[in-house]
Design a binder for this molecule. Structure first.
Ligand SMILES: *Cc1c(COP(=O)(O)O)cnc(C)c1O
Length: 461
């Protein structure tokens, strides 16, 4: 809700900042630097807008952290949580018990996932879902009497969360340098980043050659040793890297050829972001197992899930043994109740169709019309309501900025100062607004982005 600006807002801000600096360690943050600058204090939100403690209104081009798909302040989601809190605030699902929210949400997820992804394992975060996936696929092959099939293959510059499993599976070198050693038996192949790495290949050829890298890797480590390939349909935190159309179908063919499980990390792409329920549908492939989180509850409460295909689930169910894995909050009833309501609204209000047919195409075409010719913008890629822009020093020669100049951070800071949340992933600027954004709000978002790109250009010229 709109935060009243009162005379004390200055001192309230300073108080919160001081407390925060003293006691709160922030994720993915240089805490020392943040503490001397002071964190921005967010106090309220409605629809696609946020307010801070100084009364500034910001348009949230990132849906929080790629998650607030239905926007802020949806009363139905708040009511679903309140109702469930009153009925049953918590019970676990470990010891032969269940409850209606967990069972019903599993059914709802199974109704929207493609193919035979009919069995749902719950957790609370994307990282936990990824750790579940790692353990489950390795366990699956053990049950199949192929315990040697242990290796997971993922991509450079992939993001799969920041638990030790997520960090190890991901391809973020900055993360690999800290807190190791990493989980063994994980290998990575190149990312399908055509604009940055495609050189003189056309997009489709490049897609095929990046998929070929999977086959090469499988042959290098031995097909009998590979459990699964895991990838985000569109890499999110890597800067919104949209693979060529040829990529995923070829990846699928290779996985099938060598009897390797195909896993989609749908934590960002799931729940309508790309104009389908899941990103794999946008790219035409069928995973054997998939992870989801973020948009599952529109971020209102923490919940994640692994959707498991019949092949894996039946093997688990027929094994006659426990799968020794789970979390205190697996299937948390309040989070599940919110997720059920979230899916109900997505269906009833035809939000996925709105992204596919109306606002997604509008957003993508306006971005290109308004920002495509900007001297800093080398390339724009995206699907539905997610997009990434490469910022370059020289467009014609495709020259990137040197590492000493953090162009993304400069741009992001201008955005913050000018009422826009646009994230920087290195030198790529990314947008992923709430799915309920209107055309007028898209126009505002893109106008603000243009202004901030101009300010960025001026500041480095
Ligand atoms: C955000 C993200 C994760 C991790 O989710 P958390 O809830 O932050 O643990 C995993 N995979 C992808 C693709 C993500 O974008």
């Amino acid at each position: 809700m709109l935060q009243a600006i009162n005379n004390n807002s200055d001192s309230i801000t300073k108080d919160i900042q001081a407390t925060d600096a003293r006691h709160h360690l922030h994720p993915f943050t240089d805490s020392g630097a943040l503490n001397s600058a002071g964190a921005r204090v967010i106090t309220g939100a409605e629809g696609v807008y946020l307010w801070d403690s100084e009364g500034h209104k910001l348009i949230d081009g990132m849906a929080g952290l790629w998650c607030v798909n239905l926007g802020y302040g949806r009363q139905e989601l708040i009511d679903a949580a309140t109702k469930q809190l009153n009925e049953l605030a918590y019970y676990n699902t470990f010891f032969q018990t269940t409850h209606n929210p967990a069972a019903s949400l599993a059914k709802e997820i199974a109704s929207i996932t493609p193919g035979d992804l009919n069995h749902i394992f719950f957790a609370s975060s994307g990282s936990e879902a990824i750790d579940t996936l790692i353990r489950m696929v390795r366990h699956y092959w053990q049950l199949k009497d192929k315990p040697y099939k242990k290796i997971l293959i993922s991509r450079e510059n992939a993001y799969h969360g920041s638990t030790i499993g997520g960090t190890s599976l991901g391809g973020m070198t900055g993360m690999h340098k800290q807190g190791g050693p990493l989980v063994p038996d994980i290998h990575r192949i190149r990312q399908p980043y055509w604009y940055g790495e495609g050189e003189d290949q056309n997009e489709e050829e490049f897609g095929l050659s990046c998929a070929k890298a999977l086959e090469d890797k499988i042959l290098e480590v031995g097909p009998d040793n590979v459990a699964a390939f895991v990838g985000e349909p569109i890499q999110g935190a890597g800067g919104v890297i949209v693979p060529p159309k040829s990529y995923w179908t070829e990846i699928q063919r290779i996985c099938r050829k060598y009897d390797i499980l195909l896993a989609a990390d749908e934590v960002i792409c799931g729940f309508g972001r790309t104009g389908n329920w899941f990103g794999c549908q946008t790219f035409g492939f069928q995973p054997d197992i998939m992870t989801m989180a973020k948009g599952l509850s529109s971020g209102y409460l923490p919940i994640s899930a692994v959707a498991v295909g019949d092949q894996i689930a039946n093997t688990l169910m027929e094994s006659g043994s426990d799968f020794n894995h789970g979390f205190t909050y697996s299937g948390h009833p309040v989070a599940a109740a919110v997720a059920i309501e979230n899916i109900r609204i997505l269906k009833e209000e035809k939000v996925i169709e709105y992204v596919a047919e109306d606002i997604g195409p509008y957003f993508q075409s306006r971005l290109r019309q308004v920002l495509g010719n900007h001297p800093l913008v080398g390339h724009i890629e995206g699907e539905g309501l997610v997009a990434g822009m490469a910022l370059v020093k020289d467009k014609a020669s495709k020259t990137f900025f040197e590492d000493e100049l953090d162009i993304g951070l400069i741009c992001r800071n201008f955005c913050f100062e000018n009422g826009l949340i646009m994230r920087a992933c290195g030198s790529r600027m990314v947008l992923s607004p709430p799915l309920i954004i209107t055309r007028e709000e898209v126009d505002e978002l893109i106008e603000k982005a243009l202004k901030c790109l101009n300010l960025t250009l001026e500041s480095v010229s």
